[in-house]
Design a binder for this molecule. Structure first.
Ligand SMILES: [Zn+2]
Length: 275
């Protein structure tokens, strides 16, 4: 299981086939193209868009959780998908003769959903062939109030004993997920560029598909990543969603050969499911 700066991230992501990125520590997953067995255990799924390889597993997720007596899952979905999403569940309820209980939360760029007391999800617009959004998950950190910065520690401790509020909460981008997106959409998003950990789709790796063709279908090409390598401020980056045309050893070889060292040191490829 890849360790991204101290956070375990697992799953599978093969362009056009299936994507499901699981973060056990946050009790969630991003997308469920086919719903891997392990993803059943994640009570929340944040969906980026409605392409089949990202959402096709949702009914299986809801149904299997119900069968196992687990709590109804929560699905964050783009506003654009609400009507068809509900129609899909209506059809599956009819076909399966079951309730498929779940909570669905429509959410769009800039809106917020609290995943827990200390973690907030905020979508951002991802340019793709379909309405799509990535997500930044912000954690809360407590920082000393600016006006107290000059005081000696004993003084701050005294104020604290007197019940004064000596810290204030600040949001820190802990994890960002691009979903399917052109690179420009990811790099213009402050939270994604600065997130401690970034899960980035890099569908195309060489000239078997040109940068222009990659952009036309709303995906990231490695050439663009190399060109804009300096803009990534992330501590750890997971490359995902490689096209099925690449083999695992080929992916590693291309990344080794092409990525600037400053980026190669921080990048891991997610190779689950590749030959
Ligand atoms: Zn897509």
């Amino acid at each position: 299981m890849p360790d991204l700066a101290g956070l375990e991230v697992e799953g599978v992501s093969i362009g056009g086939i299936e994507t499901c990125i699981e973060v056990p520590g946050y009790r969630l997953a991003f997308d469920a193209g086919r719903c891997p067995h392990t993803a059943i255990q994640r009570p929340t799924i944040l969906f980026t868009h409605a392409h089949l390889d990202h959402m096709g597993g949702v009914a299986a997720h809801a149904g299997t959780r119900a069968l196992l007596g687990q709590k109804p899952p929560t699905y964050l979905i783009p506003h654009e998908n609400v009507e068809a999403f509900d129609a899909l569940f209506a059809a599956w309820r009819d076909l399966d003769g079951s309730d498929l209980p779940h909570v669905r939360i429509p959410i769009g760029p800039g809106e917020e959903h609290a995943l827990s007391k200390s973690l907030v999800a905020v979508p951002f617009r991802a340019p793709h062939r379909a309405p799509a959004q990535g997500y930044v998950l912000y954690g809360m950190r407590h920082k000393l109030r600016d006006e107290l910065a000059e005081l000696p520690p004993q003084e701050i401790a005294r104020l604290k004993r007197e019940g004064r509020e000596v810290t204030h909460a600040v949001r820190v981008p802990e994890l960002a997920f691009s979903g399917d997106s052109r690179l420009a959409g990811v790099l213009r998003e402050d939270g994604a560029r600065k997130a401690r950990r970034l899960v980035l789709e890099v569908t195309f790796l060489d000239d078997r598909v040109s940068v222009e063709a990659s952009r036309a279908v709303g995906h990231v090409h490695l050439d663009e990543v190399c060109e804009r390598a300096d803009e990534f401020e992330n501590e750890a980056i997971l490359f995902t969603h490689f096209s099925a045309r690449y083999r695992a050893d080929e992916i590693v070889r291309i990344l080794d050969a092409r990525l600037p060292q400053s980026l190669r040191d921080r990048v891991q490829p997610l190779l689950t499911g590749f030959r």
